[in-house]
Ligand binder design. Structure first.
Ligand code: CA
Ligand code: CA
Length: 488
């Protein structure tokens, strides 16, 4: 039986799956991009449990069976989510795996040639965290490769009832996806005892492969009467060891105000001196505690500073939030740089800590905003949203000057249709959206909003901006930049 027919039969019964759907073949021409924005929003999808491919990427949108009112982030879940690709639609090549559930009366093994697992089982046989990617040879022997080898990423990073993922057909380890024609994809979730919880089947028609992995882009021009705000997590004071990469990025972006995280264990005088050495002169830095690593840097006039707006992050660990009121071409700016508690999962101690920190910051901003009702507010930094979305809901809650919630800024990467802000190629965690920027849209709008990852850009674009291809590897986080202007 050919696989298409098998799938059709499987999908004709309700026994097997909650989401068994195949998809329309994608357009053949590689010049027709699929036009999906990898942002963790799903308005770009007509339905769910569906995929699409273009000359560069494979995109999939899926909705696993919801496991709770507060869904679990799938890289820190008590079950494994698997994306199984049978590249040649041949059960005799790759690793044989059951098509759907063990209970299925018709068991069609799938010869899986590429396997991506989220919360994979560890060596002890219990469910772990992060991701694992395995490429199988024809004889079924497997080789572990990293997510970067496939350009594999998905959003959102927090627990959700739906996800969208992307695989880069031009990534270094993705050669088997450069073929044209049909591939079978099964996404399923299994618990620690290999009990099937959910699955869906997607068939995709891969169009001709594109011939370039880099795109042209340029940094937007700063409008008049705007203030350019950049948020940047510098990976444990890495500007000290990689000064040139950070200096090139600053020269290209030309921020007026920088909201920093992770200038860990560097005295404020050294941060200020680093900027004045590598990024022009006249920088002032507000950084009350070098242990906290959060700082605000600007060449504009700082009108007032605030500190310790949130409770300590743990025993002996200082609060990681700092605020300053700054005079800018767009009026007074109340800038807040934050770094919420790392790690954990939905409902974990870490997630509860993030929620408490967000409550404190919300209360602080509410009080300061009342003193400066004409100020524009920006809260930005490393939110570490790897558990629930509750910390964000708590943070934005009715903080606008007219009582509305603050708005999240959907900055996208220059030259790449994604909102990824964190990418550590060597980490077990696949790239994510950890960094966020919030504004009060009753007071201000973002005329431009972008994320910079030099790895995505063409040599000509990099040269025009004075950047080098690996500059973004100097930190695991990418800078987010907005040009803030008066609300219309
Ligand atoms: Ca999307
Ligand atoms: Ca196969």
């Amino acid at each position: 039986m050919n696989t298409l027919l098998a799938t059709a039969l499987l999908c004709s019964t309700t026994l097997y799956t909650s989401g068994c759907q195949s998809t329309q073949p994608a357009a053949k021409a590689p010049s027709t991009p699929a036009e999906h924005l990898l942002d963790g929003n799903f308005t770009d999808w007509a339905t769910t449990n569906i995929g699409q491919a273009d000359g560069r990427y494979i995109y999939i949108h899926f909705s696993p069976k919801a496991d709770a009112d507060t869904p679990t982030a799938i890289q820190a879940a008590p079950y494994t989510t698997r994306i199984r690709i049978d590249v040649d639609q041949n059960p005799r090549t790759g690793r044989p795996m059951q098509w759907m559930s063990l209970e299925a009366s018709m068991q069609q093994p799938q010869g899986v040639d590429l396997l991506m697992e989220l919360s994979p089982k560890n060596e002890l046989g219990t469910v772990g965290i992060g991701s694992a990617v395995t490429r199988y040879s024809e004889d079924g022997s497997g080789k572990s490769i990293g997510h970067a080898e496939l350009g594999f990423m998905f959003l959102p990073t927090f627990g959700s009832s739906q996800y969208e993922l992307r695989i880069d057909r031009l990534a270094p380890g993705a050669s088997m996806l450069q073929k044209t024609g049909m591939i079978d994809i099964v996404i399923d979730q299994v618990d620690e005892n290999n009990r099937f919880l959910w699955s869906t089947t997607i068939i995709l028609d891969l169009p001709k492969i594109a011939d370039t992995i880099h795109t042209d882009a340029s940094i937007p021009t700063k409008p008049t009467n705007s203030v350019r705000v950049m948020s940047s997590n510098v990976l444990f004071s890495s500007p000290l060891t990689e000064p040139k990469a950070f200096a090139r990025v600053l020269a290209a972006i030309e921020p007026d105000v920088i909201l920093y995280q992770e200038w860990f264990k560097t005295p404020v005088a050294d941060v200020q001196s680093w900027l004045n050495t590598h990024a022009g002169t006249g920088w002032n830095v507000h950084m009350p505690d070098a242990q906290a690593g959060v700082a605000i840097a600007t060449r504009n006039e700082i009108i007032k500073t605030y500190e310790s707006v949130i409770p300590p992050s743990g025993k002996g660990r200082p609060a990681r939030a700092v605020a300053a009121l700054i005079k800018t071409n767009a009026g007074e700016l109340l800038a807040i740089s934050i770094h919420l508690k790392c790690c954990g999962s939905a409902g974990s101690d870490e997630d509860n800590k993030r929620i408490k920190q967000a409550q404190s910051i919300n209360g602080f901003v509410r009080a300061v905003y009342k003193e400066h009702p004409n100020a524009k507010v920006v809260i930005a930094g490393d939110f570490n949203l790897v558990g629930s979305y509750i910390p964000m809901d708590t943070m934005v809650n009715s903080l606008g000057i007219n009582g509305e919630d603050l708005s999240t800024i959907d900055a996208t990467q220059l030259g790449d249709a994604s909102t990824i802000t964190w990418n550590n190629e060597k980490s077990r965690f696949s790239p994510g959206r950890l960094d966020w920027m919030l504004i009060d849209e009753s007071m201000s709008n973002a005329a431009n909003a972008f994320i910079l990852d030099t790895r995505a850009l063409s040599p000509a674009s990099l040269k025009a901006m004075g950047l080098q291809a690996d500059d973004s590897k100097a930190s695991d986080h990418l800078p987010i930049v907005i040009d803030l202007v008066n609300a219309e």
